[in-house]
Write a new protein. Structure first.
Length: 149
């Protein structure tokens, strides 16, 4: 049975939280990739940033509904959600827009398990982590290539 190690891309293109949005967009277009792992200065995975994260910067801004009552402002929606959305839309670096809770797999994870995760969670790529360190990435195209090799 094939594993993540057998099909993963080993020369992973990764960015840091300090990478600018423009640099990220250039990396994604130059290498034709839709997601990029985010690592710290020691190479440990801290999250993932996707093309969807970039696209969200261009979406219409939703101003939350509020009620003003006796000099109080009451949010009818989550104030934290509003602040998070505002930060993402105005972000200047990867640190402002990336997803911190990235789903990952280990090198010995089977391709059937990877396929299950990708389908169930609607994920297009999964970082491969060994002892907390990024060692590869598996994308949907890697699964498809494994079918013909």
């Amino acid at each position: 049975m094939l594993t993540a190690f057998d099909i993963m891309t080993k020369d992973v293109i990764a960015v840091t939280a300090e990478t600018t949005i423009r640099e990220l967009a250039e990396i994604m277009t130059r290498h034709r990739i839709g997601s990029v792992p985010v690592v710290d200065d020691k190479g440990a995975l801290i999250g993932i940033v996707t093309e969807s994260d970039l696209i969200e910067q261009d979406k219409n801004f939703h101003i939350p509904t509020v009620i003003s009552l006796f000099d109080w402002v009451i949010y009818l929606e989550s104030e934290k959600k509003f602040e998070k959305e505002l930060k993402r839309m105005t972000g200047q670096t990867v640190g402002d827009i990336y997803t911190k809770e990235a789903m990952t797999v280990e090198p010995q994870t089977t391709i059937s398990e990877i396929a299950d995760i990708m389908c169930d969670k609607r994920i297009h790529s999964l970082p491969v982590v060994d002892a907390g360190k990024l060692v590869g990435i598996v994308s949907r195209i890697d699964l498809i290539r494994s079918m013909v090799s």
